[in-house]
Design a protein around this ligand. Structure first.
Ligand SMILES: [Zn+2]
Length: 288
């Protein structure tokens, strides 16, 4: 199966009360682990790629070619979307040109009028090409911009303005944060989530910052219209932890333990465990 958009994937999730995980990729190991687990659990999956990660992997074209080739060679038959994460206006067009199947345009830092204008244009472009578009209202807090802040809350009326443009899915701040959550975090704001859901006419919602939100809050958010949950930091943490343990135990100095295929193996296995847990929590297992 080729790459698919989020259109039917997230609509199905929305209507059946589960969420599809977006797992951000950084390299071959990330991509292979996530795709393998999705196939093993018969779950749809979204591979998220930030502009920084695309640059790291030597460009959007390399990412598209790698993902498409891997889907084919690993015989992946579950639906796979390749999604630009927090794209700029320029980045969105580059990813579209390279063959991504889904785009997030993050215009949340623009004044709402400009966010509306740019999102509207990209909705039309994506619709014409059969791609899905995720838009964002009200910046999501966290360390993305180098500043760690409390989660922000989106204005439900602004959410309506963007949702009415025909976006596939909508990301809106409800107190969620990118990266690790601070000890004094107040939790998700379900009143704001409910107000946004009520105003946005059945547009599935996206929960960013899925690392460290308590399971019961994740489940409640899904029951209130969240159909896509982004996981990025968690895989980085478990990969780093498993790799550190391998090196601290001196295993890289034992025989051919320095071979990257051995050195990276514990991290890969740890990522697979994390992806399995998330897919089970989100309810996407056997929903391919
Ligand atoms: Zn995000």
């Amino acid at each position: 199966m080729g790459l698919v958009s989020l259109e039917s994937m997230c609509r199905k999730a929305y209507e059946n009360g589960y969420a599809v995980g977006q797992f951000n990729i950084n390299n071959l190991e990330w991509t292979k682990s996530i795709l393998s687990v999705a196939q093993e659990l018969n779950s749809p999956v979204i591979l998220g790629v930030s502009e920084g990660a695309a640059k790291y992997m030597a460009g959007y074209g390399v990412v598209t070619d790698m993902v498409k080739a891997m889907v084919k060679s690993l015989n992946i038959t579950v639906p796979v979307a390749l999604h630009l994460d927090h794209g700029t206006y320029e980045g969105a067009y580059k990813a579209i040109e390279a063959g991504f199947s889904s785009i997030m345009f993050d215009g949340s830092h623009y004044p709402i009028k400009e966010n509306v204008a740019k999102t509207k244009e990209l909705v039309e472009t994506c619709k014409r090409l059969g791609l899905s578009l995720e838009a964002e209202v009200g910046a999501i807090g966290g360390e993305e911009d180098g500043v760690i802040g409390m989660g922000e809350l989106a204005d439900p009326n602004q959410c309506k303005m963007i949702a009415d443009l025909g976006v596939t899915i909508l990301a809106a701040g409800i107190g969620n944060i990118h990266g690790k959550y601070p000890a004094n975090w107040k939790g998700l704001n379900f009143d704001v989530l409910q107000a946004i859901h009520a105003k946005t006419n059945g547009v599935p919602l996206v929960l960013h910052g899925g690392t460290g939100i308590p399971d019961d809050m994740v489940k409640k958010a899904i029951s209130m219209g969240v159909s896509k949950i982004n996981v990025n930091t968690e895989l980085q943490l478990v990969f780093a932890d498993a790799t550190r343990k391998y090196i601290e135990a001196g295993k890289d100095l034992d025989g051919k333990g320095f071979d990257p295929r051995k050195l990276l193996a514990p991290g890969v296995e740890a990522m697979k465990v994390a992806v399995r847990e998330k897919m089970a929590l989100f309810g996407s297992v056997n929903k391919a």
